[in-house]
Design a protein around this ligand. Structure first.
Ligand code: AMP
Length: 286
């Protein structure tokens, strides 16, 4: 694996590589890698001749400075994981390499309603930051294929929109969420949970499973309210439990029994904010 810190060297190196390889796959991360990240790297390796991974904790997407300061960093272990998983290039830029003209007055993107709902509502500015860093990274890497996790469902939608807005050609591959044995969605932030919070954290996925099981055509509010109550009873401070159309994330109050859905939740355990989502399987009995 080659480790590159400079944007100019990365671009030069990839321009040379493109004369020899058919396709480049890209997996952007913020490090503190776990098996969820590894599943994206595996998908990139399966689908492409050359795999690029980036590790960059992007300051512009953190609306909460404490969350940024406390974001876990495990670089040595990350490098071992990337080597062991056959990654060709690790791009590890500094803030100055990504934002040579500073982090203020950066481009703003018209993300429509995606920016005003769910994560967009509770983390103002977050998706602008995500677009700023992804626009820059995609410009540098120019991947044929981009692999991102459905764990961050709304983020996948935002990146789809970014690709559309900018006319970039990367193909986005949303990849399934990997979970711990008890069902907790893997996340770098799970490292920040103490033992008792870690045990409780699984409840978020159990609550989403119950939402999926309770679904009937008709009003959805009783189902999401029951889920929010269950989280509150277990000591979570809930931002939202919501049900949305799986294809475009339109929030729904009522279900027609046909439209594919996704259930999403975000809640704090102490200072740690956890998010998760699940597709609602549509069976013939509905
Ligand atoms: P992050 O390092 O948290 O920015 O995540 C980097 C990429 O890994 C994003 O596309 C995430 O959606 C994805 N990811 C994070 N957690 C998981 C997971 N449990 N399963 C699959 N992909 C994940």
């Amino acid at each position: 694996m080659i480790l590159i810190k400079s944007a100019a060297i990365l671009v030069r190196h990839l321009n040379q590589a493109r004369t020899k390889v058919q396709t480049i796959g890209f997996v952007p991360t913020m490090g503190a890698l776990h098996r969820g990240h590894i599943s994206l790297l595996e998908a990139a390796r399966r689908g492409n001749d050359l795999t690029v991974c980036s590790i960059f904790v992007n300051p512009t997407q953190f609306n909460d400075p404490k969350d940024f300061e406390k974001y876990p960093v495990t670089l040595e272990k990350d490098i071992e994981i990337l080597e062991a998983n056959g990654v060709d290039i690790l791009f590890l830029p500094s803030v100055d390499e990504v934002y040579p003209r500073g982090t203020s007055n950066l481009q703003q993107y018209d993300l429509g309603f995606l920016e005003t709902i769910l994560e967009g509502y509770y983390r103002p500015g977050h998706f602008q930051g995500v677009c700023q860093v992804m626009h820059r990274l995609l410009d540098m890497v120019q991947p044929d294929d981009l692999y991102m996790g459905q764990k961050d469902y709304q983020q996948c939608m935002v990146i789809r929109k970014l690709i559309e807005l900018t006319g970039m050609t990367a193909r986005l591959h949303p990849c399934p969420t990997l979970r711990e044995a008890d069902g907790l969605a893997m996340s770098s932030r799970n490292m920040r949970l103490d033992e008792s919070s870690r045990q409780k954290a699984v409840i978020i996925s159990q609550v989403l499973q119950r939402v999926c099981a309770a679904l009937q055509p008709g009003p959805l509010e009783p189902i999401t309210s029951a889920a929010e109550l269950a989280l509150a009873e277990n000591g979570f401070k809930t931002d939202y439990v919501a049900i949305a159309a799986a294809d475009n994330l339109e929030l729904l109050d009522e279900w027609d029994g046909k439209r594919p859905l996704v259930a999403l939740a975000a809640a704090y355990l102490g200072e740690v904010r956890l998010i998760d989502n699940m597709f609602i399987p549509i069976t013939n009995s509905h």
